[in-house]
Design a protein around this ligand. Structure first.
Ligand code: 6GU
Length: 225
């Protein structure tokens, strides 16, 4: 998979992909991530990437020209399966979106800033608009990093048995059960006996019960659909 990220703050997207699973996924060739600075495509002498909004009002709007120039350049090089715009008024990200995106070949992600981008970008280039939740961030970069992380770890071959996505929370609309490791007792706090029993069937049953219990208590909405 190839992911192109369009931003006015490329510094914000350096470290999120430079460690652990994201770095390994790139090293192993499962994904290549390319961060582009929109400012490099500004043609005016001050390298501006935003302007006052028509009709008046506080807040700047990201200009159409540099973004369009960058999108057109990239589209001329390959075909994109999705051109995503990160925005608080987008569809709220769920595991199902990540599962879908993990099967794509080429994805472009545009990070919103200020009051957002000129609406004509959204009308003519964007195929999907994503928010990561009901709160406002200073910009779309951290949200884009969240999407990339959630998607890349699902690409076949990225995770091994130990980090398998199959038992993730949400993958089957259930939260994960509690987990424990050594020692079996700390400060008198004991690991549940069943996990030490060696009885695989009983362990599996216990985990299913706990997952359901936890989901009912914390996220009953997940059990509705
Ligand atoms: Cl995608 N962008 C911004 N600026 N804030 C957000 C968001 C995105 N998702 C949730 N809050």
């Amino acid at each position: 998979m190839r992911i192109d990220i369009l931003t006015v703050l490329p510094q914000l997207l350096e470290s999120p992909f430079a460690a652990s699973i994201m770095q390994r996924a790139q090293d192993k060739g499962h994904v290549s991530i390319h961060v582009h600075n929109i400012r490099d495509y500004s043609t005016n002498k001050h390298k501006n990437v935003d302007d006052y909004q028509y009709g008046g009002g506080a807040g700047m709007v990201m200009s159409i020209e540099p973004i369009a120039a960058l999108i057109e350049k990239l589209k001329g090089e390959r075909t994109y399966d999705e051109i995503i715009y990160m925005t608080p008024d987008g569809e709220v990200l769920e595991q199902k979106h990540c599962n879908d995106l993990s099967l794509k070949e080429n994805i472009m992600i545009l990070c919103g800033h200020y009051k957002g981008v000129d609406e004509r970008i959204r009308e003519h280039y964007i195929t999907k608009e994503i928010s990561i939740g009901s709160y406002v961030l200073s910009g779309g970069e951290l949200a884009a990093a969240v999407v990339v992380d959630a998607v890349v770890r699902l690409i076949p071959g990225v995770l091994n048995d130990e980090t398998s996505a199959l038992t993730d929370s949400f993958q089957d609309n259930l939260l994960s059960p509690p987990v424990y490791t050594r020692p079996p007792e700390f400060n008198g706090w004991k690991v549940p006996d069943v996990l030490l029993s060696g009885n695989t069937k009983a362990v599996e049953k216990w985990r299913e019960e706990k997952a359901l219990e936890r989901t009912k208590a914390r996220r009953p909405d997940l059990l509705e659909d």
